[in-house]
Design a protein around this ligand. Structure first.
Ligand code: SAH
Length: 467
């Protein structure tokens, strides 16, 4: 982030614009929404600016800028559409102590103006650091459509009511009060009877919530976070994250997904390392139970699908023993995302009517499987946690008669920006893995090559793979 977004206090303070043409007008249309004192310096100002000056909404100095013109200004815009003049006035304004923006000159500007969605007092600023104005405009358009025009009115009325709402206990009840107001009773009252009804609704809503006793029953959602891409979260998972009081997550849950949790939620990293848990399973169970027993909505967030190699049953047993309600929210498991990334199916008519999800190692070390069955032609298996045991798996399969040419594809960081895949024959598996130096989570697809094997194979030179 090269630019840090902030909201500058401008009420009653000076903003100075040098220039009177189109560029200046574009900025002034935005600036006139603020409660700042605006001064325009332009020997030849556009008619609109002259009208505003007559109305008294801007001060117009009909001349070129001089030293001292930007004294006490918080912001200064050089908008002369003339590089030399803009550079001159920018120097003067800086000497006067103002923050300077030169229109269409990112490099020499001290701040930039974002695209704005205005539902005053709710203001959304969208910036792309100058990289993609088209993108900013598209996001703005989408948000304009999504946010009801009444949002600003409700926020303004709600703000005036905040101190009265302090009478409600902090936490769940207060939050429920505000979401009821903003998303349900507030909009209904506004469309029915206008602002007056909104005020009345706030008062009756407050007495209703003052008489509500806090629900003591906590709850745990055991939620699948998918393989990493936030777009692969289910809507149910998003909703659970939206209302969570506490989020207990695994190491593999991506940062992008954690970002989506409710801002006020307590985030607990129960990260597990390659072999064995970093936080003991009993401690994780105790955490869930403790928080839920306090009446919290706990989201236990696991990578992929919680029912796949997630020690889910131990957690459910602990919750049952403590009499805490729970629900499972399924997610996209790494195997599904991995086959999708190589354009293949997990099952295929005439090739394999079954697929196995197996683990490379378990609590006791390398995991044993029905190698003979797996070695048969056409078998497909998704091997989780298989990086360290690749040589062992390769040896067992070959020993039980698997063809040396059986394809294997390894997909690392499935669905994340760092996603990589390599494929090879079973005979090369351990060496290829050693040469590839995987650092992220990786899933092995035994029995499958990428549909477009040629282009994917370029990730690792075959000679190297064969060595
Ligand atoms: N419940 C998870 C699996 C947890 S076990 C799921 O359904 O996906 C952890 C293993 O899952 C990792 O060692 C790796 O083999 C696999 N895995 C999880 N996320 C992955 C990702 N983004 N890319 C590749 N493999 C992943």
């Amino acid at each position: 982030m090269k630019h840090f977004p902030i909201f500058v206090a401008v009420e009653g303070r000076r903003i100075v614009v040098s220039g009177g043409g189109e560029a200046a007008l574009a900025k002034l249309r935005l600036l006139r929404k603020t409660q700042a004192h605006i001064t325009v310096i332009a020997p030849d100002a556009a008619p609109d600016i002259q009208t505003w000056a007559k109305q008294g909404t801007v001060t117009l100095l009909p001349r070129a800028m001089e030293p001292g013109d930007a004294i006490c200004a918080v912001l200064f815009y050089a908008a002369n559409e003339d590089a030399a003049e803009d550079a001159r006035v920018a120097r003067l304004a800086q000497a006067d102590g103002a923050r300077v923006n030169i229109v269409d000159n990112l490099a020499d500007s001290q701040f930039i103006t974002p695209a704005i969605v205005d539902r005053d007092p709710v203001t959304i600023a969208i910036g792309t650091e100058g990289a993609a104005p088209v993108l900013a405009r598209k996001i703005k358009r989408d948000l304009e459509e999504q946010l009801p025009a009444s949002l600003g009115v409700l926020a303004r009325i709600g703000k005036g009511f905040r101190s009265a709402v302090d009478a409600l206990p902090m936490g769940r009840i207060r939050r429920d009060f505000w979401s009821d107001f903003y998303f349900s009773s507030g909009p209904a009252a506004l469309s029915k009877g206008g602002e007056e009804d909104v005020h009345a609704t706030l008062s009756s809503l407050l007495s209703k919530y003052l008489n509500t006793t806090p629900a003591k029953d906590g709850h745990v959602d055991l939620v699948g976070a998918g393989p990493g891409d936030p777009d692969l979260l289910t809507l149910k998972a998003r909703k659970a994250l939206d209302v969570a009081d506490v989020v207990i997550h695994d190491r593999l849950v991506s940062a992008d997904i954690l970002e989506l949790a409710r801002r006020e939620a307590i985030m607990i990293d129960a990260g597990k390392t390659g072999f064995g848990p970093a936080m003991a399973q009993e401690d994780i169970n105790a955490l869930m139970v403790d928080h839920a027993a306090q009446g919290h909505h706990v989201v236990r967030l696991k990578s992929g699908d919680p029912t796949v190699f997630g020690r889910l049953d131990e957690e459910i047993n602990a919750l049952d023993a403590a009499g805490i309600t729970w629900a499972i929210v399924p997610g996209i498991t790494a195997a599904s995302a991995a086959v999708a990334s190589i354009g293949q199916s997990l099952t295929k008519r005439k090739r394999n009517a079954a697929v196995r999800l197996i683990t490379g190692h378990d609590m006791h070390g390398y995991a044993d499987h029905d190698w003979r069955a797996l070695a048969r032609e056409g078998e497909v298996a998704a091997i989780y946690m298989g990086k360290k045991s690749a040589r062992f798996i390769q040896g067992r399969l070959l020993m039980h008669g698997a063809a040396a040419t059986t394809p294997v594809t390894i997909v690392e960081n499935v669905s994340r920006v760092e996603q990589r895949s390599v494929h090879c024959d079973l005979a090369q598996l351990a060496d290829v893995l050693a040469a590839t130096e995987l650092t992220g989570p990786a899933l092995m697809l035994y029995g499958l090559a990428p549909r477009d094997a040629v282009s994917v194979a370029q990730t690792i030179p075959q000679q190297e793979a064969a060595q």
